[in-house]
Design a protein around this ligand. Structure first.
Ligand code: HEC
Ligand code: HEC
Length: 435
């Protein structure tokens, strides 16, 4: 981005040099007084044009960072300028016309890119129809790893996260301390043991001591390890692992979202892929695909099962957490910012893992900090940088590497823009803006 800014500025010098040249030419070369008057007039037009060119370039600079739709306006302005110049400076009009035409093409291209709605929503990769049912266990596990961590091999990368969002809360590596949710290493074996816990009330769904006693009336309870895992995903509050319940509920309510419901909305096939990975990566044999699907059908009624991707319009697909078409409160919820941050005006955003996001108050303080080494100059730039590159400046006393570093890829430009718009208005002690 910095290079592009530099280009925008260097662009202004040839324009200015050309104008200066023209002015000198007309002043020196033309003696006749009638012609001199016309030359002064042209000097005036030339200077006006120089000012407009500066405005156009400044507008370009500002809107480039804002990812705004006003970006092509600058290019259109320069196009108009070039043709206007061609009218007045007829001796070099061919030059101006060529320049103008080039800018017109650039304006048309960037206008096209900026105004098309599907581009505004980010760049979802082409939807590939996945036939989970016909995959080998290893292929299914690979898909599972992609859903949990965002790509094959990503489970070894610190901070990697996919649309399943599990690593936001769960640790996955053996021996790794996982405070917010149980470490999922060992879950294939542990799942069966959980059924023996008296708190599970095997066989008596109506009698469970939790806020939600069964995933839906008549859902029954788990009878195998796989069914326990399926039930954990479909109905986290049916049974809450001791010590991990929502604070103050005495382990009667789970903070884990139902994975088949929005915003995560994994299909049964995707859930089967996730589970297959949980077995295969520990070298365990996973239950056959059909058996996993059956386990989910036991806990998720037909009407609640998300339709596979190809039946849905592009929105929300492509592995983006938010595509920018949602209102800002939903973007914060979908991207799980609410889990870690308190955000005034956003329902449910009471997290304390990271700072309270009153950025109109915070950002100027951060930018003034001696320890700040980032490239941001304004509040908006600071917020953008904090979201897409949290390691650039780590707010004290919070540790580094807690905030996921994937939002740059997982949020569309439109979604990021809405986040920045909202957070930049939040001020300590002032009422938040209406959504
Ligand atoms: C917002 C945090 C959060 C997210 C996101 C989340 N979980 Fe959980 N999960 C929890 C918590 C807390 C528990 C323990 C309480 C309970 O039993 O519900 C839990 C429990 C579980 C259990 C039962 C664990 C056991 O030891 O019995 C499984 C299995 C599980 N989660 C899998 C997943 C998977 C797979 C994903 C991603 C698709 C996921 N979770 C996403 C918070 C989360
Ligand atoms: C897993 C927890 C977690 C999640 C999820 C998370 N953050 Fe953060 N965030 C943190 C922590 C911890 C810090 C402070 C350390 C640092 O600066 O990296 C932070 C810092 C920030 C800051 C800098 C705040 C300041 O006052 O200087 C911003 C802005 C921010 N986060 C925005 C977001 C947004 C927007 C999202 C969702 C797209 C998000 N965060 C998701 C944990 C999280």
């Amino acid at each position: 981005m910095a290079e592009l800014l530099a280009t925008a500025f260097s662009l202004s010098w040839p324009v200015l040099a050309l104008l200066a040249g023209l002015i000198v030419y007309f002043q020196v070369a033309i003696k006749d007084s009638e012609k001199k008057r016309r030359a002064s007039f042209k000097t005036f037009i030339g200077m006006l044009a120089a000012v407009m060119a500066f405005i156009a370039i400044a507008n370009y600079k500002i809107n480039f960072f804002g990812e705004s739709r006003l970006l092509p306006v600058s290019l259109a302005m320069i196009t108009a300028l070039s043709f206007m110049m061609a009218l007045y400076f007829y001796k070099v009009s061919a030059l101006f016309k060529i320049g103008g035409t080039m800018f017109l093409v650039a304006a048309a291209l960037s206008g096209y890119g900026n105004w098309l709605p599907q581009v505004e929503g980010g760049f979802p990769p082409p939807e590939v129809k996945l036939d989970f049912g016909s995959m080998s266990a290893q292929q299914l596990a690979d898909e599972g790893e992609k859903i949990i961590f965002g790509g094959i091999g990503q489970s070894k990368v610190q901070g990697a996260i996919g649309k399943g969002q599990c690593p936001l809360c769960h640790g996955f590596n053996e021996g790794f301390l996982s405070e917010r949710a149980p470490n999922l290493f060992g879950i294939p074996d542990r799942a069966k043991k959980q059924l023996e816990d008296p708190r599970y009330h095997k066989g008596k769904p109506g009698e469970r001591d939790t806020v939600q006693k069964e995933s839906f009336p008549g859902a029954g309870t788990a009878e195998s390890g796989q069914e326990y895992i399926s039930e954990s995903h479909a109905c986290p509050s049916c049974y809450v692992v001791a010590g991990f319940g929502v604070k103050g509920t005495n382990d009667k309510e789970s903070p884990m979202p139902s994975i088949h419901k929005p915003p995560i909305s994994l299909t049964l096939g995707e859930l089967a892929a996730v589970d297959t990975w949980l077995y295969i990566r520990e070298g365990k044999e996973a239950p056959p695909y059909e058996e996993i699907i059956k386990a989910y059908e036991k806990f998720i009624p037909e009407a609640d099962r998300p339709k596979p991707q190809e039946d849905k319009p592009a929105a929300g697909g492509g592995g983006l957490l938010a595509d920018g078409s949602e209102p800002v409160d939903q973007i914060f919820a979908k991207a799980q910012c609410v889990v870690c941050h308190t955000i005034p005006g956003i329902p449910g955003a009471m997290g304390t893992v990271g700072p309270k996001l009153v950025e109109k108050t915070n950002a100027p303080t951060r930018l003034k900090d001696q320890a700040y080494k980032g490239g941001a100059k304004t509040v908006r730039e600071y917020i953008t940088e904090s979201v897409i590159s949290p390691g650039t400046y780590v707010v004290k006393p919070f540790p580094d590497n807690v905030m996921p570093k994937v939002f740059g890829q997982k949020l569309s430009a439109g979604a990021l823009n809405k986040i920045v718009d909202y957070l930049s208005q939040l001020e300590e002690g002032k009422a938040p803006p209406k959504i």
